[in-house]
Design a protein around this ligand. Structure first.
Ligand code: GLP
Length: 250
């Protein structure tokens, strides 16, 4: 894994350029997308590139990492709604080619089919990830099996607290989610993770130097052959490194 320490605006630009270059090179690319506040700047830059006519999403397919159990796509707290608002409704993507795990209905069955669906599209070319403050990726909380595929899971207490900022109160945060597993994520051909702010510093440290076991889910990314973690100086503060450097972590 490469760890690049950059300013937040440079992180957004670098990751957006990865997506833009991929779509130019492969118009029918398969993108792995994430929710949360971290990727918002990247999505803004992708919308801007589309509006300038640099890229088209006409033939692009997307797979999202996760969804809250109990919420359907019309719920403004659902991750489907987040993606529609922040990206899909603003570009020329065919919504039939945008996949988000189902949070309602037969969630176990659709979770089981999700990895097969990804494989049937040839796998994910480029996966973007945020990082939870407890070192989770998607909703793979500490303790998740490293070989996990898409599954229904409990959301950790600390993540419920973190995500409460998006809801009116903590009790409204769903307690369960459907999430791509760690193995599902590791199958992506390239992975870019972004983490900013001091509240991610411990998680970044655990990802970069912690043991590669289920107690630090993001540390498994160090086993991926093509993964870059972009972190700002605050998120890198427990690595005690300066801005504009690249660390190689294995
Ligand atoms: C949620 C999501 C993760 C995301 C994390 C961090 O728990 N399931 O995919 O990475 O939050 O969110 P943020 O980017 O808002 O800090």
């Amino acid at each position: 894994m490469k760890v690049k320490i950059l300013r937040k605006e440079d992180i957004d630009r670098a990751i957006a350029d990865e997506f833009i270059n991929l779509i130019k090179r492969k118009p029918n690319a398969v993108l792995g997308l994430a929710t949360g506040s971290s990727p918002l700047g990247v999505y803004k830059l992708l919308v801007e590139a589309y509006k300038k006519g640099e890229i088209s999403f006409k033939d692009v397919t997307t797979f999202n990492l996760d969804e809250y159990v109990g919420l359907d796509g019309d719920d403004d707290q659902s991750y489907r709604y987040f993606m529609n608002t922040n990206l899909f409704d603003q570009v020329d993507i065919d919504k039939n080619n945008t996949y988000v795990p189902r949070g309602k209905g037969n969630i176990y069955h659709s979770a089981q089919e999700y990895d097969m669906k990804i494989a049937s599209h040839g796998g994910i070319d480029l996966q973007i990830l945020g990082l939870g403050s407890d070192c989770h990726i998607a909703f793979n909380e500490p303790g998740t099996d490293l070989n996990s595929l898409t599954h229904v899971t409990d959301i950790a207490e600390s993540t419920i607290k973190d995500n409460a900022r998006f809801f009116e109160s903590e009790d409204q945060v769903p307690k369960k989610a459907v999430t791509m597993g760690l193995n599902s994520i590791m199958n992506a051909k390239k992975i870019v993770l972004l983490a900013t702010g001091t509240n991610k510093a411990q998680a970044v440290r655990d990802m970069v130097t912690g043991s590669k076991d289920p107690s630090h889910p993001a540390a498994v990314l160090r086993n991926h052959i093509n993964c870059v973690a972009y972190v700002d100086q605050d998120a890198a503060s427990l690595l005690e490194k300066e801005v504009n450097i690249t660390i190689i972590a294995d």
